[in-house]
Write a protein that binds this ligand. Structure first.
Ligand SMILES: [Zn+2]
Ligand SMILES: [Zn+2]
Length: 352
């Protein structure tokens, strides 16, 4: 009987592996870095999610992700009648599945308080249960003592911020004490332009996370999304430590629909590595360029002569762009690369 069970387990593993297909996401090669596709916020039945922890690892692998954190609520466990409250268990349950898929699994929790200060994710925690404390300051101090990286979740979530995100004195106090260093500019299906401004002004690491509760395919279908919000991490090595170092240094870009959100340096790096530029004609007033995209990101441009926006579609497509040549140089804006609200990145050409 034992043998039979063993063989069925092997057969099942083989079949499930053989049938799973991973949809790779095309990201550019950037010398010195690996661009890792990550989601640092999701739930399972161990809080208010509807799936088992192993499912989160399988979904993420199929969707082309490299790393995830399962971040069940510490304070909100509505399934406790059926699923024991055991804060470290989602990680333990998903660990083997993730390892078998080469997916990086990061130990995390969601500290869940009313506003102010709201919800925070602590990543790279050591002892989840110890962070479960009534006082939010005590919880965040414990996370810091464990060496966690902490981000403020969904600052503009309507249920907690009906008039939009507000940076309250409580947030200022936590920020000054160094109790959080990152912020969600995108959560679930919404993005917060004002929060992008804070991330730039206060040098907070930018995150775009799914906060998925249901099976991911249900969520994508409901919200008519091609893929979940993703945090692109520019890591010097493909490991939890590599990710932690990149988060501490702010080397991330949030990716949601066509939007790429983050620090100018990393948006520029991502664009220049994704798109090749070829000058077709260089006139006195106008330069004509062919831009070719080798990534899965889309890029949007505005031309002065063409009021319609020009979109460079993902993966192996090209557009012709007319760029005005002025005294200050030849440059164009990429409208969907945003370091701040309404402030697209400008790409300068080495001309003039
Ligand atoms: Zn939350
Ligand atoms: Zn959440």
């Amino acid at each position: 009987m034992k043998k039979l069970l063993f063989f069925s387990a092997v057969l099942w593993t083989f079949l499930s592996t053989a049938q799973s297909v991973r949809n790779e996401i095309l990201v550019p090669v950037i010398p010195g870095y690996e661009v890792l596709k990550c989601d640092f916020h999701m739930h399972t039945v161990f809080s208010d999610g509807t799936v088992w922890p192993t499912v989160r690892a399988g979904e993420a692998w199929q969707e082309g992700l490299d790393a995830i954190a399962i971040t069940d609520h510490l304070e909100y466990t509505p399934n406790k009648e059926y699923v024991p409250v055991s804060h470290g268990t989602p990680y333990v349950l998903a660990e083997k599945t993730a390892a078998g898929l080469g997916l990086i699994l990061i130990k995390g929790v969601e500290i869940t308080k009313s506003m102010p200060p709201g919800h925070f994710n602590a990543l790279f925690v050591k002892d989840e249960a110890k962070i479960h404390q009534e006082d939010y300051r005590a919880a965040l101090r414990e996370a810091k003592a464990q060496g966690a990286f902490v981000l403020w979740n969904h600052p503009g979530w309507k249920a907690q911020a009906p008039n939009g995100a507000v940076w309250m004195p409580e947030h200022e106090e936590l920020f000054r004490e160094g109790l959080f260093n990152g912020i969600e500019v995108v959560n679930h299906y919404e993005w917060y332009p004002e929060v992008l401004g804070w991330s730039r002004d206060k040098n907070l690491t930018v995150f775009a996370n799914s906060d998925v509760h249901d099976p991911i395919l249900n969520f994508l279908k409901q919200e008519n999304l091609e893929r979940r919000p993703i945090t692109l991490v520019f890591a010097t090595e493909r490991s939890p430590e590599g990710i932690r170092e990149a988060l501490q240094q702010g080397r991330t870009v949030g990716w949601f629909r066509n939007l790429l959100l983050g620090k100018t340096e990393w948006l520029e790096t991502l664009f220049l590595a994704s798109v090749s530029q070829r000058i077709i004609t260089a006139g006195e007033k106008t330069t004509t360029l062919q831009l070719t995209n080798l990534s899965d990101f889309a890029f949007e441009f505005a031309e002065s002569e063409n009021p319609e926006k020009v979109t460079l579609l993902p993966a192996r497509s090209s557009v012709i762009l007319k760029v005005p040549r002025t005294e200050s140089g030849t440059a164009y804006q990429v409208r969907n690369l945003l370091p701040g609200p309404g402030e697209p990145v400008t790409i300068k050409l080495p001309l003039n």
